[in-house]
Write a protein that binds this ligand. Sequence first.
Ligand code: B12
Length: 260
Amino acid sequence: MVEYKGVDYGRILKRYDVEAQNQATPESIAKKMLPSDSTLSSVAECVLYMKFKDVGPTVTEALKTKDPLTIINDGLVVGMEVVAKLYAEHIYYLPEIMMAAKTMEIGIAIAEKQLPGGRETKGLVVMHAAEGDPHDIGKNIAAVMVRSSGYTVIDMGKDVAVTDVIDEIKKSKPIMVSGTALMTTTMSAFPRAAELLVQAGIDIPYMAAGGAVNREYAESFDLGIYSDKAPQTPPIINKIKAGYDWKRVREEWDSIVTGE
Ligand code: B12
């Protein structure tokens, strides 16, 4: 028989802090995470509160004073990060996630139009979300960054079969391929794909990214390199374009992403 008498329940670790959870609101969490700049904050709030109709005019107004990449990275993406936090805290649920993502995409499409384009391409990059993985928001943002720095992107979409990735690489001969995995169950697609590339004698960097992956994992298989955040990607690709192979990118990764 377990004896409960004299137990100090205040000293027992809480698995779910229901009290704290009940106190948290979208506004209280947003207050800590939203940008201090009022223009960027109103862009982020459109995503956070799923304002489909307002996001267009708000981004258009912001474009008068801010550059498109700042609006995307420091406004729209920050709004989505708050949404992801609210989901983790069980304050938002899937419908909110979907509506916020749609709102962010509307904003990105408007800001993206203002990015410099029409230049000669610096090289070709193939991007995809891992086989079995439906999470493509981060990949879509990374694709915008890569395109805006002058590369052509073949975006294969989400849940892309390993064999389809290999076929595309053989066909289009990119300078780099990137894969995104947000689920621990899907990230093993990357070493499988890289292994098939090695067997085919194709020696290009395979960037593994997304929340499920860390640097250690990305560098645990041949060809694998890491990128943590979408904006880190163009400097890495610039080095690959300059002739760095995947081993050298690994060696100099810290200085490449910090720009030091
Ligand atoms: C949005 C979302 C969804 C959406 C996805 C919509 C879409 N089109 O992407 C929907 C609703 C479809 C979804 C579904 C599911 N989801 Co979900 N989802 C999320 C959520 C809340 C946010 C992800 C997101 O988009 N964040 C915003 C973006 C901007 O951030 P990001 O992706 O991390 O990207 C940044 C970096 O990772 C990086 N990055 C990302 N990709 C790339 C690519 C490159 C090239 C580079 C350089 C960088 C880069 O840069 C970005 C910022 O700069 C996360 C929770 C979380 N906190 O991550 C769960 C989460 C990823 N989902 C999860 C799960 C389990 C699921 C489901 C299985 C749930 C279910 N039971 O049905 C299903 C999938 C079912 C299936 N197999 O089809 C889990 C995964 C757990 C795990 N470790 O495996 C998470 C972590 C939630 C959780 N805590 O449990 N989900």
